[in-house]
Design a protein around this ligand. Structure first.
Ligand SMILES: Cc1cc2nc3c(=O)[nH]c(=O)nc-3n(C[C@H](O)[C@H](O)[C@H](O)COP(=O)(O)OP(=O)(O)OC[C@H]3O[C@@H](n4cnc5c(N)ncnc54)[C@H](O)[C@@H]3O)c2cc1C
Ligand code: SF4
Length: 501
């Protein structure tokens, strides 16, 4: 029997399960990587995402070659013919690969007619396996991040003293999420110059005549495990101290604040979640960093990241099609071109995404996704846009974050209320409103902030549904108090704005 291993672009770790299963037989195990032209045309992806994935694949292929694996690297139109040619060349009888995180990709592979049998090895890039998450869920009456996170802290013994949480509390969120003060001075992120391999990938992408999004240069992301580890170390030394405090703050021109920028690397497999968590814990022990920052970040990786993956795997295939509010609007054109909006918050963040493929959580949730929600964009359309635009976007992470959390399209499986907000929130958490042509306090008339009239229009349109969510009672009471003429004006202004965009 000859086993061959196919490595996907987000499985770039030498401890990944398929490689581990053959590690004592490197020289005799053919390994293949494939860049498929057709696949990258499924969406107009951010050019830097294509560069990141292909460059990281090419670097990892070299690394495996130098370790003695028999590596083939193909640039092809399609996966299937390349796989069959390689299977026949090496007389492979079993094609082995780690189960893809993304369901559509699994379906694609299952549709291939291959000249050998195929074996999926369970994905070991998450702390919780699919079966363990399901078992946890089956043992409970409710799905709740907080419960899952605490279980994870105990299961992996993270920030624990015996069976109690370090600091006697599980959650320090109250100390986090401060609005930005004046003269904040966030640390400079660690970026890299493109090496020869990356420069070649940039040339290749430029030469393909395909629809893409965003700017390809300057490309500053790391593309190897060693660079990803440097980014993590840089973060631990310079950012972790203040990570929690300004986790939700947004400041013009400060793209990354105190965030760690590791999602592109962890999602590709260049870093593993457990090693990241252990290093954060170690930094806490060594440098006595504030617990609110340390716990806040561990909650994101051990809690949210694993939870989103678990939910994605648990839900039926139709989860991605959910549309609780029955939103059908198309996406305003400016999402594809920041020049086309004069709303300063959106303009700043869209510009940043075009330049880097990155935005932090609150920029994504409370500005980009929030606006699409209150405007009434179809959840699937905004999901596709996020998937195209972000450097760290994959189906498994986009679907729960955008369909579930951002758009509340699942009617409350993932969140207990919609993340809908007016200019009030954006003004509190950012400096964007200071330099905007719109007035943050106005709800109607010339210069009224669109976040305001769309917010109240959203509440009015969906009040019957929202009544069923206890946490919306207070805002619905405010809606009730609103003068009916003003509400009418809000609704017609929202409708007019929709028609113009
Ligand atoms: C609408 C929307 C879309 C998103 N799309 C993506 C996406 O395509 N890819 C992606 O990795 N994350 C996504 N997220 C989650 C989160 O915003 C990003 O992981 C984070 O902003 C990445 O930047 P960072 O590494 O600097 O994050 P930091 O805040 O500095 O670090 C937190 C780390 O925790 C993990 N994490 C935290 N929250 C989540 C979450 N909700 N889901 C998954 N991982 C989480 C990430 O690995 C991240 O690196 C999305 C969130 C929203 C609301
Ligand atoms: S006023 Fe409105 S559009 Fe302008 S920055 Fe503030 S929230 Fe955004």
């Amino acid at each position: 029997m000859t086993i061959g291993i196919w490595i996907l672009g987000n499985q770039l770790h030498s401890e990944q399960a398929a490689l581990l299963s053959c590690k004592n037989n490197k020289q005799e195990t053919p390994v293949i990587f494939i860049e498929s032209h057709n696949y990258i045309q499924e969406k107009p992806y951010h050019q830097q995402k294509l560069v990141l994935v292909f460059s990281a694949m090419r670097h990892f292929a070299e690394e495996l070659s130098s370790q003695g694996w028999q590596v083939s690297y193909k640039i092809a139109q399609d996966f299937e013919p390349s796989l069959n040619a390689w299977i026949n060349q090496h007389k492979i009888t079993e094609l082995r690969l780690v189960t893809p995180c993304d369901r559509p990709f699994s379906r694609l592979i299952e549709s291939f007619k291959l000249d050998c049998q195929i074996k999926f090895i369970p994905n070991n890039h998450f702390l919780w396996s699919q079966a363990e998450f399901k078992q946890w869920n089956d043992s409970r009456k409710r799905l709740l991040l907080e419960d899952f996170y605490r279980e994870g802290r105990k299961k992996f013994n993270i920030l624990m003293e015996g069976d109690q949480p370090v600091g006697e509390k599980w959650n320090f969120d109250k100390q986090n999420r401060k609005p930005p003060k004046q003269n904040l001075n966030p640390p400079t992120p660690l970026w890299f110059e493109p090496d020869e391999i990356t420069q070649q990938v940039i040339k290749d992408i430029k030469s393909y005549k395909i629809a893409t999004y965003g700017k390809i240069e300057p490309f500053k992301w790391g593309v190897t495990r060693s660079q990803a580890l440097q980014v993590l170390e840089h973060f631990l030394e310079n950012n972790l101290n203040n990570f929690g405090t300004y986790q939700d703050a947004m400041v013009t021109g400060e793209y990354t604040m105190w965030h760690c920028l590791i999602s592109p690397y962890i999602n590709l497999g260049l870093l593993t979640p457990l090693e990241v968590i252990r290093k954060i814990e170690k930094a806490y022990d060594e440098f006595d960093y504030p617990l609110n920052s340390v716990e806040g970040l561990i909650r994101q990786i051990l809690g949210w990241r694993e939870y989103m993956y678990g939910i994605y795997q648990l839900m039926d295939d139709d989860y991605r099609d959910k549309n609780w509010f029955n939103h059908q609007e198309t996406l305003p054109e400016f999402y594809w071109n920041s020049e086309q909006t004069d709303m300063n918050c959106l303009k700043q963040i869209l510009q940043q995404v075009e330049e880097t493929g990155y935005g932090h959580h609150i920029q994504r949730l409370m500005v980009l996704s929030n606006f699409a929600l209150i405007f009434g964009v179809s959840p699937q359309t905004i999901n596709d846009w996020f998937h195209s635009a972000f450097i760290d976007g994959y189906d498994w992470v986009m679907v729960p974050n955008v369909i579930g959390m951002g758009q509340f399209a699942d009617g409350g499986i993932l969140a207990s209320k919609p993340y809908a907000a007016s200019a009030n929130y954006i003004n509190k958490m950012s400096d964007y409103c200071k330099n905007c042509v719109y007035q943050k306090t106005k709800r109607t008339g010339e210069k009224a902030c669109p976040f305001n009239f769309f917010y109240w229009d959203f509440l009015a349109r969906h009040q019957d549904k929202l009544k069923s969510l206890g946490r919306m009672n207070l805002v619905l009471a405010n809606l009730k108090k609103m003068d009916s003429e003003e509400l009418q004006e809000i609704q017609s202004q929202a409708q007019q704005w929709r028609e113009e965009h």
